[in-house]
Design a binder for this molecule. Sequence first.
Ligand code: PLP
Length: 455
Amino acid sequence: MTNVGNSAASRDKAFYLHPYTNLKTHETVGPLVIERGSGVHVFDDSGKSYIEGMAGLWCTSLGFGEERLVEAAARQMRKLPFYHSFGHKAHDPGIDLAEALIGMAPVPMSKVFFTSSGSEANDTVVKLVWYHNNALGRPNKKKIIARQKGYHGVTVASASLTGLPHLHRDFDLPIAGILHTDCPHFYRYGEDGETEEDFAIRMANQLEQLILAEGPDTIAAFIAEPVMGAGGVIVPPASYFDHIQPVLKRYDILFIADEVICGFGRTGSMFGSQTFNLKPDIITVAKALSSAYLPIAAVMISEPIYQTMVSQSEKIGTFGHGYTYSGHPVSAAVALETLKIYQERDIVGHVRSVAPTLQQGLRRFADHPLVGEVRGVGLIAGVEIVADKVTKAPFDPKLAIGGHVARFAQDHGLIVRAMGDTIGFCPPLVITAAELDDLVDRFGKALDATLAMVT
Ligand code: PLP
């Protein structure tokens, strides 16, 4: 083996294959090695501090260094570090967490299935939807409609649901039977003279056209994030889901709400389904379920779906699906403690009280020469950078303008995420108004530095 040196950076380049990274660029750039975290801040290996404006990957809701979660993990580690729930086995943290989730679900739900990641949760959903329709004797009703720019994960099935080209290209995805309907982004796709309401109706009509073209008897389910995250923080028009849901009902199509980002307070309600009045049949959650301190995700299903699964598993002899780490007791214990903290500290009330500082703070930049649109709700927001505010023309993609903004933000001690030309914000839910002011100021400096670069 060649000598790679001792620095973290050189060993990283030598050995670590990074997820979701331009691998060629990585050979010459970075990495930013994060060593520790405290509150809403993280610190790199030179000691520089950053506001974690994305809560990591939209997930570290309670910030860094929440001792109660550390203690919950340690307690469970000592008592029972692992057990599973295959073949009628169970453990207390898993049972307690399932009960807690059913108790707080935004619509009546019947059972909870645990996975370790959002991708596995959505992958599980695809299988459950197929299983359900087979049980109902509808073997042709199997297609699932997702949306362009929707993000649902990276496993074979969940990446197929994701509506972003780079998750499909050269991975031979999407798999058959996954369709994508339009992205409800009014700023980008609204037509001249169209109101947001007209646009929402057009989106629902286009969904219906797709269903009719494919044959309603072939469409099993529709999946949507209440607010699209990784697609660029796209907040749908207020009435979008009011128009979408009757279309689904008309053709007996299950509605899956992907609450992996929106769940647990992010949009100013406990679930995005409450903010947008969704009545899903299936809900997936992850990330803030455990404040990301340990991996855990969940699928909640309605009673009718559970009943078909019971009859099918009786017929087959088992429900043949489950992961070694489904409902891992240490992850479940940490998730339970996280949910307790949300209740005790009224996390939803806190988000509502500080959200205007983020939303109005970022809207201060609406007149900035580089800003096309500022959008968001609760503690999630996106700022779309454009070359021309009037025509909404983007910068040449080769310039990777979003990446420059994110890099300048990093220089100013703020971590944000560039999704194409949209900069995402999703800070820990515990962030204070003063910290949000600081975040907005640092972002303003990054915008100005970018402007100086392009002019
Ligand atoms: N669904 C949504 C809405 C997400 O944002 C993500 C991840 O960002 C996923 C699913 C996939 O979750 P994971 O990365 O835990 O597999």
